[in-house]
Ligand binder design. Structure first.
Ligand SMILES: [Zn+2]
Ligand SMILES: [Zn+2]
Length: 345
């Protein structure tokens, strides 16, 4: 089968590899579509701590079950399905505590990171993922929208952690796919004004089209004073950092009103330190919240929203390409010309 294999930063090759066979508890999916993700681009450019190359890249996908391994009774050949890239082990101390996203054995089987991924004609789904995080598509759900389940589950987790109230002013730093999904969910939660900040005018224009009330480019104006101006001098009720850059983390804290909430959604590398004015946290009760990955409950809830068709998630897919063209697709993503590209095989 055809697959895009990652060898080292800057070295991704589309080549013929052996078609996998599902083992006990596993399923083999024939991919209809795989989506690009900022993490894949980052991996291509700089590598990734979970990844031991060579490995097939790609972790957002949807397709049709080609084969099932022994002991699989919940799915059948021919089912249209979507799978996320990982699942908790169910037995470690964090799983026992119900903190499934913090599972100590999460990284053992992550599709596209620690096991072969979805930039390929076929992908084998490990048994624990089959058990927790694979869903059958309703007839009216397109594969390319379903394939957003993985990133959208992460966004749903963050959203559930921060509880946007009706009328809240929400400021989102970063207008990539993740920031835009946060924006859609905030709109759906009846947020008041939504302010989106990004350094790319292409992405800001896109955010505007999808419903941002105010867009700000920090290369052209002072973000703090503009957000103050837009919020009656107070700052935002909710601030969401969706960039993963330490400078942006520091900015995020400054944009919150007293008693506001800041969600740190983008993760800088381990060991990164940021400087925070303690006055904000103590005297002004700014609440800070991290959010990592998702639990099976988040995936279930995300899937229900996707199936409802209520959010314009399909608009996030701005291009289509064949897997052979993956390198030029990454180039366009790097330039901010695309939000997500649907790859076919
Ligand atoms: Zn992703
Ligand atoms: Zn676990």
């Amino acid at each position: 089968m055809k697959a895009a294999v990652f060898y080292k930063p800057g070295d991704l090759r589309v080549e013929e590899v052996e078609k996998p066979t599902p083992r006990s508890g596993e399923i083999l999916i024939k991919n209809v579509v795989a989506l690009t993700c900022g993490t894949d681009l980052k991996m291509f450019l700089r590598g990734h701590p979970y990844v031991k190359p060579p490995i097939i890249m790609g972790h957002e996908f949807s397709g049709v079950i080609e084969e099932v391994g022994g002991d699989v009774s919940t799915f059948q050949v021919g089912d249209r399905v979507v799978s996320v890239n990982s699942a908790p082990c169910g037995t470690c101390v964090y799983c026992k505590l119900g903190r499934f996203n913090l599972c100590e054995r999460l990284d053992e089987f992550i599709i596209g990171f620690s096991v072969d991924g979805a930039y390929a004609e076929y992908v084998r789904v490990p048994s624990r993922i089959v058990k927790y995080n694979v869903y059958r598509l309703p007839d009216n759900l397109e594969h390319e929208v379903a394939a957003l389940l993985e990133p959208f589950s992460c966004v749903v987790r963050g959203h559930r952690a921060i509880h946007i109230d009706v009328g809240d002013t929400v400021t989102i730093l970063g207008a990539g796919p993740i920031g835009l999904m946060h924006m859609m969910l905030a709109r759906n939660s009846n947020a008041g004004k939504i302010i989106v900040i990004d350094v790319s005018w292409d992405r800001l224009r896109f955010a505007e089209k999808l419903g941002a009330d105010v867009v700000i480019n920090p290369n052209e104006e002072d973000v703090s004073s503009r957000v103050k101006g837009e919020t009656g001098g107070l700052g935002a009720d909710i601030v969401i950092e969706a960039v993963g850059n330490p400078d942006v983390w520091e900015t995020a804290i400054k944009l919150s009103r007293k008693g506001g909430k800041v969600l740190f959604f983008g993760g800088p590398p381990r060991g990164t330190a940021v400087s925070i004015d303690t006055y904000r946290i103590h005297y002004e009760e700014v609440m800070v919240q991290g959010s990592f990955h998702f639990t099976p409950e988040d995936v279930l809830r995300a899937f229900k929203i996707i199936c409802s068709g209520r959010l314009p998630l399909k608009d996030l897919i701005t291009g289509k390409a064949k897997i052979e063209d993956i390198l030029s697709v990454f180039e366009r993503l790097k330039e901010g010309k695309e939000i997500k590209v649907a790859l076919t095989f």
